[in-house]
Design a protein around this ligand. Structure first.
Ligand code: DGY
Length: 321
């Protein structure tokens, strides 16, 4: 008998066929996220759950007494209650590597759209307001090439950002990380700084930290105050790594020049969030990995993790505790 699994979102046909070879599966095929009550019913007798959200609580686990694995279709697994999973011997897996390039591309999308004011000017053109005086300083943008880029968190995605910054835009790159990455310093000629010096020196500050208890609100009032008044802040990691109220205050008080945000403390972002009214803030709905190829690769990787775990093998991408 094949092991039973539940897939909590639509996935590409080819990925579904791969799972079908090894598992007896059911799948949520609607575009709308699966309602909680239906999910809890569906997982009652399964050994594996593949999910895009990865919000795994003690309560959810109590509804799935046979569960062996939660395969997250995402790299971030801050939604996992690791302790509760450990207690019940449930393995967690995720999808590293395959989205690194796509997220690094988007970081540059935000760097360029904030510094060259692409979204703001797009609106002017479409609203028929081209005739403003482009020789006036107030409409000038900020150079990206040869500027100083500070990356907080030099992991896999950070390294892809470094490559783009150095090879494409000839930027000076600084980084802060828990541990020094001397191999990358040598390979790309990037320089280590402590967090405060990085904030003080950088023209662009890119936050690339995972969300953990230790990284919660890494960027707060004090950190924004340390940034150059002309600097731009980019976040494509997790909203809660930033104290959003402090970011709003820094933007309102012109302590920083602009921000590019793919993530927010509360998602979907609330309609009355002041960030949505600011011309110098570019906002996106958490689309870092959202390209056709990347989403396919993530689904396939998640499927491989799922199948391995329910067929008695060690999944390739078990999450770190
Ligand atoms: C991830 O994989 O963690 C990305 O943020 C997409 O959710």
């Amino acid at each position: 008998m094949k092991p039973k699994v539940f897939i909590a979102k639509p996935i590409p046909q080819e990925v579904e066929e791969f799972i079908a070879k090894h598992c007896d599966y059911k799948i949520w095929r609607e575009v709308e996220p699966i309602p909680e009550d239906i999910l809890l019913k569906e997982i009652a007798d399964v050994e594996g759950l593949m999910t895009p959200k990865g919000i795994i609580t003690e309560d959810l686990l109590s509804h799935a007494p046979h569960l062996k694995v939660v395969s997250n279709i995402a790299v971030g697994y801050d939604g996992f209650d690791i302790e509760a999973m450990k207690k019940r011997n449930v393995i967690g897996t995720h999808t590293p590597y395959v989205l690194d390039e796509a997220v690094a591309d988007l970081v540059f999308g935000l760097i360029l759209s904030t510094s060259r004011r692409i979204v703001e000017f797009d609106r002017y053109v479409k609203d028929g307001e081209w005739n403003f005086n482009l020789d006036s300083q107030e409409y000038f943008g900020k150079d990206v090439h040869h500027a100083k880029l500070g990356i907080i968190g030099l992991g896999r995605i950070g390294e892809k950002i470094v490559r783009r910054a150095k090879l494409g835009f000839e930027m000076d790159v600084l980084y802060y990380n828990r541990s020094r990455k001397r191999d990358l310093e040598e390979k790309y000629d990037v320089q280590y700084r402590n967090m405060n010096d990085l904030l003080k020196e950088s023209d662009f500050v890119v936050l690339m930290l995972p969300l953990t208890e230790a990284t919660y609100h890494t960027m707060g009032k004090e950190q924004f105050a340390s940034m150059k008044r002309d600097a731009i802040f980019i976040n494509c990691s997790r909203g809660q790594v930033v104290d959003e109220a402090a970011l709003i205050e820094a933007l309102e008080n012109n302590e920083i020049r602009a921000a590019g945000l793919d993530v927010f403390e509360i998602e979907p972002v609330q309609k009355d969030n002041p960030l949505l009214k600011m011309k110098n803030v570019v906002t996106l709905p958490h689309i870092g990995s959202c390209t056709e190829n990347t989403r396919f690769d993530m689904a396939m990787k998640a499927a491989e993790n799922l199948v391995a775990a329910v067929t008695g093998q060690v999944p390739p991408n078990v999450v770190k505790e």
